[in-house]
Structure formats: structure tokens, C-alpha cells
Design a binder for this molecule. Structure first.
Ligand code: HEC
Length: 171
């Protein structure tokens, strides 16, 4: 349901995303109509893509906080715990972030690859792996042992990488 809560803010951002999308394409006139397409979930493709990218940026930021602290000579345990706790919350409804029609063929700028919808069961299993690993990371962080947190962090990072390798376009 998080995706719904962010809808209003993201509607405001959608205009910016459109401007960005027009900058690089050969067919500047095409995206406007296509991005207004409403999907089965009641959101436009732009809203869906903006929402998931916003969530994933927050996850990336939380991961950087944990990584920076694990490298620090005096890690800020409270910061690690807060960041680790934010990931399962931020991604609770990740299974709903990639509805049919929200890939690059929509004309909306997205790094989500068509392979997601060609192998949805495998993609969903990668979400499940990630959810399990990030839940372990959050509970391990709560317990406060740096070495154990470091292991759980690596294990979670591997699930990000495993999905990105197959389903996210290279930057
Ligand atoms: C099940 C697949 C999957 C998992 C697991 C996953 N990601 Fe991603 N990630 C994606 C896809 C697909 C995109 C591209 C989304 C788009 O552009 O529409 C993405 C994009 C991102 C982005 C760029 C967001 C933006 O647009 O600026 C960041 C940052 C990111 N992921 C971080 C992470 C981190 C960190 C983890 C693990 C803690 C993770 N992701 C786990 C699939 C995944």
C-alpha cells in the first residue's frame, strides 16, 4: 500500500520525469500520450515508475548508510539499525511495483528490463529472496553485533545484485 501513499507527491514529480524522458529520445512527441495510460492498478505508467524508483533510491540510500558505517572506525549502531529497519518497510509491497505494461515499451524512461515480464515467476522469487535477506538484516542489526550485521549486509547485497544482473539495465 506504500505505493498508494506516495501517489500524490509522485503525481507532482511525473511532470519532471516527462521532461527528462524528452531530453534523450528521437521521438519527443510520443511519450506524452503513452505515459498517461492508466494501468490495471489505477496508476499511470509514469506514476508507477516514479514510485518504484523513489522507493529503490531510498533503499539505495539506506544501504549506503549501512555500508559507510560498517567501514567506519566507530560505526553508528543506531544509524545502522534505523537504515536496516527501513528496508523491509520501504519494500513491503515490492511485488506490486512492476505491473504489466510498466516496462520500457511504455515509452517511459525506466531501467526495468522486459525480461521481468518474460520471467515473472523468477523475478518474483528474487523479490522473495531479497525480502528474506533484508528481514534477517533488520533483525541482526537489532541484535547489534557488527560482524553478524556485516555478514547479513553482504547476503542482502547479493540479492540486490542477483536481481539487477538480469532485470535492470546497466547505467
Ligand atoms: C527483484 C529485483 C530487485 C531487487 C531484489 C533489488 N532491485 Fe534495485 N532495481 C531493480 C529494478 C528492475 C530497477 C530499475 C527500476 C526502474 O528504473 O524502473 C532497480 C533500480 C534500483 C536503483 C535505482 C533507482 C533510481 O531510479 O534511481 C537503486 C538505487 C536500487 N535499485 C538499489 C537496490 C538495492 C540497494 C537493493 C538491495 C538492497 C535492490 N535494489 C534490490 C530490481 C531490483
Amino acid at each position: 500500500m506504500t505505493i498508494r501513499h506516495t501517489r500524490l507527491t509522485l503525481a507532482a514529480l511525473a511532470g519532471l520525469a516527462l521532461l527528462g524522458a524528452c531530453g534523450s529520445g528521437d521521438a519527443p512527441a510520443a511519450p506524452a500520450a503513452e505515459t498517461a495510460t492508466v494501468l490495471d492498478n489505477g496508476m499511470t505508467v509514469s506514476e508507477v515508475v516514479d514510485a518504484r524508483q523513489t522507493h529503490l533510491k531510498a533503499v539505495g540510500k539506506a544501504f549506503k548508510t549501512i555500508s559507510d558505517n560498517l567501514k567506519a572506525s566507530e560505526p553508528d549502531m543506531a544509524a545502522i539499525q534505523a537504515a536496516a529497519a527501513s528496508v523491509p518497510t520501504e519494500t513491503a509491497d515490492m511485488g506490486d511495483w512492476f505491473p504489466e505494461g510498466s516496462g520500457p515499451a511504455s515509452g517511459v524512461k525506466t531501467d526495468a528490463l522486459p525480461a521481468i515480464w518474460e520471467n515473472k515467476a523468477d523475478f518474483d522469487s528474487k523479490i522473495a529472496d531479497f525480502h528474506a535477506a533484508s528481514a534477517t538484516l533488520a533483525s541482526t542489526a537489532e541484535a547489534g553485533d557488527i560482524a553478524a550485521i556485516s555478514e547479513a549486509f553482504k547476503a542482502t547485497g547479493a540479492t540486490c545484485k542477483s536481481c539487477h544482473e538480469t532485470y535492470r539495465a546497466d547505467d
